[in-house]
Design a protein around this ligand. Structure first.
Ligand SMILES: [Zn+2]
Ligand SMILES: [Zn+2]
Length: 130
């Protein structure tokens, strides 16, 4: 399988997956389509795409990074119970970049905003158990 085709398959698999998968999870999906792909190849492609801004890499949960095909402005919320990564609309603080630039005089190229906590599914379960 050639290089650009590999990347295409990886990107398509990421895009079909709305839950911000880890590389390991993506790998388990990919192996069904492309049994020859290696985890090292997957990591290399993901990191290259993240460097180029084609995808987003989300760090912040233990050792595993999550990947996101959605590079539009949005924030993330990581649930520390179920380990899922959720999107948070940038509407909650739409002027954060402008305010930061005004406050500091810096030029913002990119940012990663990650909220940590417990998602609504897990909160419901905790409340039901009590
Ligand atoms: Zn949760
Ligand atoms: Zn996202």
């Amino acid at each position: 399988m050639n290089y650009s085709r590999q990347r295409e398959v990886i990107y398509a698999t990421l895009k079909e997956n709305v839950v911000h998968p880890t590389a390991e999870y993506l790998y388990s999906l990919l192996k069904e389509k492309e049994p020859n792909i290696s985890l090292a190849t997957l990591y290399r492609n993901l990191n290259q795409m993240a460097d180029k801004g084609i995808i987003k890499k989300i760090d912040g949960l233990e050792s595993a990074s999550h990947y996101d095909h959605n590079t539009h402005e949005h924030y993330h919320f990581i649930c520390h119970k179920c380990k899922r990564v959720f999107d948070v609309s940038s509407d909650v603080a739409p002027d954060i970049v402008a305010k930061t630039e005004k406050e500091t005089g810096f030029l913002v190229n990119s940012y990663d905003i990650i909220f940590n906590g417990i998602c609504s599914d897990c909160l419901r379960k905790i409340r039901e158990d009590n």
